[in-house]
Design a protein around this ligand. Structure first.
Ligand code: ASP
Length: 325
């Protein structure tokens, strides 16, 4: 692996008050409150644009490569849709086994190849730090679309945007995160994004799947508050957000351990009878049984709206990084 962060990429001085023009998007740590507000407001504009016109030509002449070493439905297709709705083009490498990666080509050579053809590379990889490594080699912007158990910054942006839209704020909330907090990169990113927002975190998981120490330390260092629970009942009545996650089977080295913890929590309409009326249930999806289909009709179930929001957030990000927002 190469050094963690790439040197800052050259960027023009204008059109860049947010500092993201021409830059890599590797971690939520890049999103200070004003930058987050900026992305939210561009996302609102993108929503209006899609609702009124379907598409625009903002990114006409630009090309995005989707380079996915791990499976994806929402992230991959929403990035593609985002680019196409803004008039750009896409090189989709969603099955790396059919690319030269299967011939043993390194990540460094793969990204140096693809940046000859594209203006931005969206990468998903099974190894934490891989997006940063790609960024080290590339001179074009790299967007991290999930790196192993590391981060999933664009998911956290759309999660925070969803909370903002659903509850009117992302500050002063009690946020419950439930399920696989150990391997779930979405909860790692979302926790980091909500630091310094006066959020009280309730981490609910089997012992085996506790939130990593590194993230718990970051909460403490930011003077944040968290408690850990195995029993959802201890906190279900107080959370403003219940962020449910899938147990990440593909990350277990011992499938016996997976068997012990899979199905640890199942959210049903009955569970929600003890939740507040003014709260939301979220999930990055895919779900594999953690939330029953009957919950979908509950107005508090925000996960389909959440994935729709991913389109607007990714349109906003692409337009910003490519200097056309
Ligand atoms: N789609 C999310 C991710 O890529 C969540 C998941 O896979 O469970 O991290």
């Amino acid at each position: 692996m190469q050094p963690n962060m790439s040197p800052a990429k050259p960027r023009p001085a204008d059109n860049n008050s947010h500092g993201l023009y021409g830059q890599d998007i590797l971690s939520v740590k890049q999103f200070t409150p004003p930058v987050l507000d900026y992305i939210f407001s561009v996302s609102e504009e993108m929503r209006t644009l899609v609702e009124r016109f379907g598409s625009a030509d903002l990114l006409q002449g630009k090309i995005m490569t989707n380079l996915f070493y791990e499976p994806s439905t929402r992230t991959s297709s929403s990035f593609m849709a985002a680019m196409q709705r803004l008039g750009g083009q896409v090189i989709p490498i969603n099955s790396v086994q059919y690319s030269s990666v299967s011939k043993g080509e390194s990540l460094a050579d793969t990204v140096r190849t693809l940046e000859c053809y594209a203006d931005v590379i969206v990468i998903r990889h099974y190894e934490a730090g891989a997006a940063a490594e790609a960024a080290h080699w590339a001179s074009k912007p790299i967007i991290n679309a999930g790196d192993g158990v590391g981060e999933h910054p664009t998911q956290a942006l759309l999660d925070a945007y969803t909370i903002q839209r659903e509850l009117g704020r992302i500050d002063d909330l009690t946020v419950g995160m439930l399920g696989d907090l150990r391997f779930g990169r979405t909860v790692h990113s979302l926790t980091r994004l909500l630091l310094n927002r006066n959020v009280t975190f309730r981490f609910i998981s089997p012992r085996l799947l506790r939130m990593p120490e590194e993230i718990r330390d970051e909460v403490t260092e930011a003077d944040g508050t968290f408690t850990e629970h195995e029993d959802l009942e201890e906190v279900i009545g107080e959370v403003d957000v219940l962020y449910v996650t899938r147990v990440q089977k593909e990350r277990f080295t011992d499938l016996g351990d997976y068997e012990k913890v899979k199905g640890a929590y199942i959210i049903s309409p009955e569970t929600l009878t003890r939740a507040r009326q003014e709260m939301v249930v979220m999930h990055p999806l895919p779900r594999v049984g953690e939330i029953t289909y009957e919950v979908d009709n509950d107005p508090r179930a925000a996960y389909f709206r959440q994935m729709q929001n991913g389109l607007y957030i990714r349109m906003a990000l692409l337009a910003t990084v490519l200097g056309r927002a």
